[in-house]
Design a protein around this ligand. Structure first.
Ligand SMILES: NC(=O)C1=CN([C@@H]2O[C@H](COP(=O)(O)OP(=O)(O)OC[C@H]3O[C@@H](n4cnc5c(N)ncnc54)[C@H](OP(=O)(O)O)[C@@H]3O)[C@@H](O)[C@H]2O)C=CC1
Ligand SMILES: CC(=O)N[C@@H](CCC(=O)OP(=O)(O)O)C(=O)O
Length: 349
């Protein structure tokens, strides 16, 4: 039996990365997975190769309009569309279709948080496509609806969750995460022109304003056993891909600043995770080591003088931060080996 897969938003960064990964997926190579409709918005009617020339084997494929008629008839539909558009399309697809949404529409559990950060109608809550957080993987096996996390929550939550879950820190976390510009998508913005971003780094969404704040809190709350506070500052850096998240939290009362013991907690938390790699002591995560891969590099240390734990994670926002997480979720949903089609080794230099 062939599994037919459609990608909505195939002209964008996330959709393009999903296709790059699918082209290397064993299922596509042996014919058990077929790449069906590729859709876009204003670019419908164009050849994929005119927008995504790196996707050589699919260059001649035409982009179709994004609508339920084109997307229906597929077994799996990836939605890599702007917020709001996903919910509109998802609501018009049959329940039998496995929908994997890279947007935010179905990530948050609380309508009030949705309204505060996104505004308008809260479409609902789907199983969350970050299998590395305890309890999540089970809900993804065979799931028909999956919400892929935001790229900042993927990095921040993988960095700090083991410490919060083990009670090593008070759940009062400061997160500063540096991102490449592809995180903002491909849409035309005058503040993201090459000459505006090259040679400069700048914070944005400061003061708790960024919409990933409630998502990071929601993920941590499951493990904190009480109120969680997160102060999140995103920083745009002059690079195309990659996120480096630095998370700092006060050591919990009675926790000794024993780095070996803290590292042992992280090693145990990620021992069976194929994509999360706790670096050897003294080695710090850097985005250049994970580009193009689904791998997350994590490090944890103690700032003894300040009484704080410092946890860092680096990932590729387009791979593990979106499309890789989406394909990993598809594998789980279809009952395939979780790591299929997902590179572990990055591209360097
Ligand atoms: N970039 C990243 O690192 C991450 C992205 N995401 C999420 O993934 C989704 C896609 O992001 P990204 O690829 O970066 O964005 P892009 O702007 O690069 O791509 C957006 C895609 O959506 C299509 N589109 C836009 N408007 C419409 C519309 N009204 N109807 C149908 N299709 C439309 C575009 O088509 P056209 O070319 O025709 O305009 C394009 O294919 C977003 O929800 C984003 O938040 C999640 C995590 C990280
Ligand atoms: C650098 C940059 O602009 N990054 C994006 C985050 C992208 C992301 O994770 O996507 P979602 O919109 O799906 O949540 C931002 O801050 O809006």
């Amino acid at each position: 039996m062939t599994t037919k897969v459609a990608v909505a938003g195939a002209s964008g960064y996330a959709g393009g990365e999903i296709l790059r990964l699918l082209l290397g997926h064993p299922g596509v190579q042996d014919g058990s997975i077929e790449i069906g409709a590729l859709t876009a918005g204003g670019n419908a009617g164009a050849a994929l190769g005119s927008l995504q020339p790196h996707l050589t084997p699919l260059a001649g494929r035409m982009l179709e309009d994004t609508n339920p008629e084109v997307l229906g008839g597929h077994d799996v539909v990836f939605l890599a569309l702007p917020h709001g558009k996903s919910a509109e399309i998802a609501g018009r697809l049959a329940e039998s279709v496995t929908i994997i949404d890279c947007g935010a529409d179905f990530r948050l559990g609380e309508a009030a948080e949705w309204d505060r950060y996104y505004g308008g109608h809260h479409a609902g809550t789907w199983p969350y496509g970050l299998p590395e957080l305890p309890g999540n993987r089970e809900a993804l096996h065979g799931a028909k609806r999956i919400a892929v996390p935001g790229c900042y929550p993927s990095s921040a939550n993988l960095a700090i969750t083991p410490a919060v879950a083990a009670g090593l820190v008070r759940p009062e976390v400061t997160v500063v995460a540096v991102s490449g510009s592809s995180g903002a998508g491909r849409s035309l913005r005058t503040d993201l022109l090459g000459s505006e971003i090259i040679g400069s780094a700048r914070a944005y969404g400061v003061g708790g304003a960024h919409r990933h704040t409630p998502e990071i809190i929601q993920n941590l709350s499951r493990f904190a056993g009480g109120e969680v506070s997160v102060s999140f500052t995103p920083v745009l850096a002059p690079m195309a891909r990659g996120i480096l998240a630095t998370c700092v939290a006060p050591l919990a009362p009675g926790v000794t600043p024993d780095e070996d013991a803290i590292r042992a907690v992280y090693a145990a938390a990620y021992a069976d995770e194929p994509f999360v790699h706790v670096l050897p002591q003294g080695q710090l995560p850097q985005t250049s080591s994970v580009i193009g891969s689904n791998t997350v590099h994590v490090q944890v240390t103690v700032d003894e003088r300040a009484g704080r734990l410092v946890a860092l994670a680096a990932l590729d926002n387009l791979t593990k931060g979106t499309a890789g997480g989406a394909v990993q979720s598809m594998n789980l949903a279809l009952g395939l080996p979780e790591t299929q089609g997902l590179p572990i080794a990055g591209v360097a230099p």
